[in-house]
Design a protein around this ligand. Sequence first.
Ligand SMILES: [Zn+2]
Length: 413
Amino acid sequence: MLNNEKNTENKSLNAIRVLNNVNVKFNDPLPDVHTARIPIASCGWVDTADGVVLIDTLIRRHAAKQVKERIKSKIKYIIYTHGHMDHVGGASAFLDDKPEIISSKYLPDRFDKYKMLAQYRAHINAVQFNVPETLESIKYVYPTKTFLGEMTIKLGDKSFELHTTRAETDDACWIYVPEINVAFIGDLMIGRHFPNIGNPWKPTRFALDWAKVLEEVRAKEPQYVFCNGGGVMFKEERAIEALSHNIEVIRSLHDQVVDLINQGIHITEMIHKVKVPQHLIDSPYLRQLYTRVEFFVFNVYRWYHGYFDDNPAHLLPRPEKEVMNEIYDLIGDPQKILNRVKELFNQNQSQLALQVLDVLIQIEPENIEARKLHIKLLRALAAQDNCLMSKNAWVYYINKDTKFLKSEKNGGK
Ligand SMILES: [Zn+2]
């Protein structure tokens, strides 16, 4: 296991190096449509008789400069599909042509928020992506024009119908080009992955609007659908099938959560009750490798539901540590906790064991045996987990415990 964790850590450091030195992969899927891809970002551009429309900009300037060199005509417009960094981070490489940069009206607020929460974002990126916790120096290129609703740009022989929406973010914008029957939908689908509805570190996403906007995209009957920035393309009946599977799973899970809220089911029970419909479990468009159903459930719950869970003990709670301390004193012997945690672990109940052990960890964070057991439980959870976000989280906290144990061994140095 230790090797696996080291590998994961090395991979994340490598991922950062790769981002700074990456070679961009180019593709020309249609005569007037081109795409560029690096491991975690992509963008696309459309040639017209009067210049280029660029959709998204990759994540870093280094890779974006390779795209700029590849584009021969003048870039007249850049359209941001939304303000996530893997879509806007390379924009500064494209400014020589002085393009109009268009986005949803809400996108500048997102950049402002990122600046305001830089410290917190460095931390959550470290947990979510298993990368070192460093403050990034980012040059945010704000849009030159924003809008809400619908807007059409005519350029040369093509028109670009832009539609803003709330889905993964509140600042999403998707694009339809009728002359070539192409839709660019940003992260409204993340390739062949389960829709990114629900992230434990981020504000709630907009499940119902998301399903509705995918229905609008499908109603256009696009021949080609480009996802992410453009790096993944679905064609003809596969495009419609991918859209339909995403719509169906979002609507089903959303409606299940709404039903359970109305029934007064507690969120900690709800996340175990909501299920992907049987016929979509093996859908090639819904692989749960990045996010997972439980995160989706938390997300929809948080959107519709306040913090209060109908238990008066939780309306104005005392600090968690204070309550744990009372429970700890009642148990009276830390060994009892350790013994029970080991039993649960042996019964393959690592999550429950983790929550029981938490009483001890919170009150005696320097208890070596508790921290060793903590690592064991987190490793068991990580070993059964294919979802990148939760797996990275387990590994992050394993590393934290390991660091602590090492420093204890070295006399606290
Ligand atoms: Zn995104």
